[in-house]
Structure formats: C-alpha cells, structure tokens
Write a protein of this length. Sequence first.
Length: 307
Amino acid sequence: MTGIKVFAPASVGNCIVGFDTLGLALERPGDEIILTPTNRKGLRITKITGAKGRLPYEVEKNTAGIAALSVLKHLGAEDMGIDMQIHKKMPFGSGLGSSAASAVAGAFAVNILLNQPLEKRKLLPFALDGEELASGSRHADNVAPSLIGGIVFSPNEHEVHRILAPKGLMATVIYPHIEILTKDARNILSETVTLKQMVQQSANLASFIIACQSSNIGLLERCMQDVVIEPQRAKLIPHFQEVKDAALAQGAFGCSISGAGPSIFALSPNSFVAENAAEAMQKIFSDNKIKSDLYISQINQEGVIKC
C-alpha cells in the first residue's frame, strides 16, 4: 500500500459559553500528516516541518505520534511498520487547537492506513490521548470539531453531538503574534464560581444550543456572553476589550477568546459582516504595533479528511 495524507483543521474551543465542551471547526489553518508503510517494525516519525524544532521525534512524546500509537495498540497493530511525516501549518499556543489537530490527524491517518476499522467518532478517545499529552487535560472542545467537523458539543470523551449551524454563519479569527500555552491559561483559572455565574453560564450554553438548532438569531446574539472564563483570561491578551468592541460594532453576534487564546474570534451572520469585523479587529493590533494573522471561515462541516 502506498502512503496516505490527511488534513485536520484548526478549531475554536469553548465558543464563549461551553468551556471544555463546545467547539467549532474552521476551514483553515490546519495540520497535515503523511503515513507510509515500511518493512521495519513500529511507528517512526521521520520528518517534521513548520515546527521550528519544537516538536519531538520520539513517538511517545509527540502529540500526533501518541494518538496514532494508541490506535495501533487498540487494533493490535503496534508492530506494523509506518513512517510518519508531520507538517505543522498552524502556530503553537494560538488558541486554535494546534495540538488537537495533530492528535486528530495522527489517529485518523492510522485508521485510514488500516482500511478504517473504526468509524470517525470512535477515534475521539485516541485523539484525546494526544491532547492530554500536550495540555494535561482530556477536554474535547478542540479535538471533537477537528475530528468530525461542524459545531460540536462533547460533554465527555465518549459522546459527540453535532449542533446545527445557522445558515450563513461565519467565523472571523485573529491571531496576534503572542503566545499563550494552554497549560498556563488553565493555571490562572479559579476553581470556584458563584451561584449567579453558574446559573448565567448554564443558561447561555443552553440558549446557544437552542439558538443554533432553531436558527434563532436574536437568541444567539443575546446568549453569547462568557461570565466565567473570559473575565479571568482577558488580561493575558493585550487590547482584548478593544478588539472585542470593534467586532461587535461591526455587527458580529459575539466575540471572545478562542480556546486558551491569544486568538480572538467573532461569529457573524454573513461574510460581509465577518470581513468588516476582521478589518476592524486587525486594525486594533496594527495600531498598537502587534503583528497578527487573520482567518475568515465558514463552519467546516467535514473535519479531518484524507487528501
């Protein structure tokens, strides 16, 4: 069998109201992995690009490697000879699910190579092995959407629920060139919330799901508020409130931190609003001499794919 190549997309974790449980997939950026069968026993990482020397070649220490190895062990094929190439095409510590994309790509690629004995959704626990290695937690808010696409609610590692996206919904994501590691962003979070915060955040999550499922745009605009996580993490991102205000002023439904940050995302009703929001958001960083990358995307409905 010849080699195969897969692409796993970036994602927006939390989606404002669903900390560690809610996420959506973007069309780009993402990671690519190439697998080639060999006569030598075992999985080996032979090439890594785009990582600037920051990713290990040891399989057990690599996010994509450990996810792929978990699938191989589950299927009793850990001795199969495979060479893996990892092509990082998204930044580290960006809040766009970089580690999740690599883990998803690794697990999915091995499954493809073995003629897909597992359906996509069943790969979630193995991809989470990679995510746990990178972030220290088995949260699926990035892994699940990168795996199956769409807007996804995943309350635990065994359940994945697709949420309908309102027609025309667009995501604008801006990545300022500063780095915030997921582990660091989690360490600043308080372990307690008030009763008032719990009630409000629960109501916002439920409203978000109902609004998406019913295309209730008014409800979607009203519920996109994070009263728990955003207030604690906003201080890690320079000019966050200015960027958020700029997006909302252009008609975005909501705007907040993507995952652990520093990327900031906004959801908009159409591409016109998304593009105007993007220009306004990027201008804040530009005016303050901070370089940034910009992505405007429909909701990616496919997730990881064979190229």
